[in-house]
Design a binder for this molecule. Structure first.
Ligand code: FAD
Length: 542
């Protein structure tokens, strides 16, 4: 909604010292760190540039607000009591889907160009800054592509639709659609982390299957198909369950929509399969091994999105601090405020650098790249998600009372902040995965060590921290200290990236405060940072 010119003179008082909106902000032009860590060349950069410019428009920030205020509604039955099982979204949600599908959010990684996963990851980062809810169906679609592509008889029908640049929300069989989205239905009431406990049953029906049971969380229930785990006679197996069949709706019943803390523009449902028709994907009894490929890719997005949420919150806070005065100075010129901002900026820059390094490994073709992607994605997912709620909460505080009010995007970002740390493997599960991966897969140990070694000898504090880490964990960490181990590994990895690619004041500050003990437990408990150099990374134009 566009407002007419607001009136400052209200008769009883004059409105002043209330910074206005940021207006249009090109999310690419104003983000020097993204431009540098994405490390993309001309042809790869172009789609990102125009996507970032579009998303940065003030009217899309307003649309995001609408999409999250007017949340999806469930239409279970028509007026005569016939089943519909449909979810209606605000037009602003459809607008975001249309823009992101056209930009290639789900498709670009699989189109064969160089740097496809890095471009995709940068899109996740950009979209999360503006309207994170619609990322969910597109991330799942991106991540489902390798699984459906490996399935003979499925790939031809589904892959081109998943890779389409046309958003088609219509309710039709896949053959009649110009584009499709794909969701995942794994979690059941009795267990989400331990999906071996799934009870949904699959019975053979000719060449296909009939699935019966429930799924406790199924986001984006309007997707065209769902990768689902169910117990077949030969064990837990992966299936593709289409929402619509040639002769009408499949037997998927929506029970209710979740009343979620955040992520409100996106629908998440409880569903039941009542002899729903499904196609088998992968081998019987190897459902987890089949779906793991999808989870590997969704984890990349859940590692990247927090960097976008942190940036959106910090940029909003920086704008406020640059234009709001208290005690005769702009807030941003108050020494303590600068210290807090600088410390938060290091968390954001480190998260972005780490996420994009992992994304580039997804593009690599060497064994070392694949090994690094396997371990790096878990390290990044844990670290960026643990930082995100803290950084977004601090950014909210910068706006004072106004940060708590729905007029700014801060409440929406704050509600979103914990989510990527929960789905696709919650914190502890991810840390245990890191231990398991390093124990089972020597390639991941070598890839990680090579990355940590790259900067050895360049920074005495880094070297000391790396030596202490190696002395502490000669072998692998015990399960009970997995979080400590993963945090230290992720911090070292981030520091090694910043030493390689960030200006010295940023790398020095990160190493001193995160690896050498020159920081308390709370954001801003640091001193002597080069705040000018660090803050210029956030938004050089504000
Ligand atoms: C908004 C939203 C949307 C979702 N959408 C989907 C969807 O589309 N499809 C889908 O399949 N699922 C979806 N989920 C479900 C999500 O993936 C699960 O909630 C998540 O995997 C955790 O499972 P759970 O809730 O059963 O918790 P549990 O598995 O019971 O875990 C609870 C806690 O215990 C910890 N834990 C588990 N095992 C261990 C261990 N061995 N040692 C130490 N700690 C442990 C976990 O880290 C977690 O913190 C969604 C969730 C949310 C919130």
């Amino acid at each position: 909604m566009t407002h007419s010119a607001p009136q400052s003179d209200l008769g009883t008082h004059e409105v002043h010292n209330q910074p206005g909106s940021r207006g249009d902000c090109d999310l690419w032009a104003r983000d020097p760190v993204l431009r540098s860590v994405a490390a993309l060349t001309g042809e790869q950069r172009d789609p990102l540039r125009s996507y970032a410019k579009t998303l940065g428009r003030a009217k899309l920030r307003d649309a995001a607000r609408q999409a999250n205020r007017h949340t999806p509604e469930l239409d279970l039955f028509d007026r005569g009591g016939r089943r519909l099982d449909e979810v209606r979204f605000h037009p602003a949600y459809h607008k975001f889907m249309e823009i992101s599908v056209a930009a290639g959010y789900a498709a670009i990684a699989w189109e064969g160009g160089d740097g496809g996963h890095a471009t995709h990851a940068a899109m996740v980062y950009l979209a999360s800054q503006v309207e994170p809810g619609h990322c969910c169906p597109l991330t799942m679609t991106y991540a489902a592509v390798p699984v459906i592509s490996a399935a003979d008889g499925i790939s031809d029908a589904w892959r081109p639709k998943a890779l389409s640049r046309t958003y088609d929300p219509s309710l039709r069989p896949i053959a009649q659609k110009s584009g499709a989205t794909i969701g995942m239905a794994l979690t059941e009431k009795q267990g989400g982390s331990d999906i071996r406990t799934n009870t949904t049953r699959a019975e053979a029906d000719g060449a296909a299957w009939r699935l019966t049971g429930h799924k406790w969380f199924c986001s984006a229930p309007m997707s065209d198909g769902f990768l689902t785990l169910a117990q077949a006679p030969g064990g837990l197996t992966c299936f593709l369950v289409p929402r619509w069949l040639e002769d009408g709706r499949n037997r998927i019943r929506i029970q209710r929509l979740k009343d979620k803390l955040g992520n409100r523009s996106n629908a998440s449902a409880e569903i039941e399969y009542d002899r729903a028709y499904g196609h088998q994907l992968g081998e019987t009894g190897r459902g987890i091994q089949t779906i793991v490929e999808m989870i590997h890719h969704t984890r990349l997005d859940t590692a990247m999105a927090p960097a976008g949420l942190m940036r959106a919150a910090l940029v909003e806070a920086l704008h406020w601090a640059a234009h709001r005065t208290a005690f005769q100075k702009n807030l941003i010129d108050q020494p303590l405020m600068r210290t807090v901002f600088a410390d938060l900026t290091l968390d954001w820059e480190g998260s972005l650098a780490l996420g994009m390094r992992v994304a580039r490994a997804f593009d690599g073709t060497r064994d070392e790249d694949r090994a690094f992607a396997r371990i790096g994605v878990a390290l990044a997912k844990f670290m960026t998600n643990k930082l995100c709620p803290v950084v977004v909460g601090e950014a909210m505080e910068v706006l004072g009372g106004g940060g708590y009010i729905e007029d700014s995007p801060l409440p929406m970002l704050y509600r979103e902040a914990p989510l990527n740390g929960i789905w696709e493997g919650s914190g502890n599960v991810i840390c245990l995965d890191v231990l398991r991966t390093l124990a089972k897969d020597p390639g991941t140990r070598d890839a990680l060590n090579a990355e940590l070694e790259t900067v050895a000898g360049q920074d005495t504090k880094y070297d000391a921290a790396l030596n202490a880490y190696r002395a502490r964990w000669k072998g692998l960490a015990a399960e009970g200290e997995a979080r400590w181990f993963v945090e230290q590994t992720a911090l070292l990895l981030t520091a090694s990236l910043l030493i390689r690619q960030a200006p010295d004041p940023i790398a020095d500050a990160f190493v001193s405060t995160r690896l050498s003990g020159e920081r308390g437990r709370i954001s801003g408990t640091v001193s002597n940072l080069n705040t000018r150099a660090i803050l210029s990374r956030m938004d050089p134009m504000d």
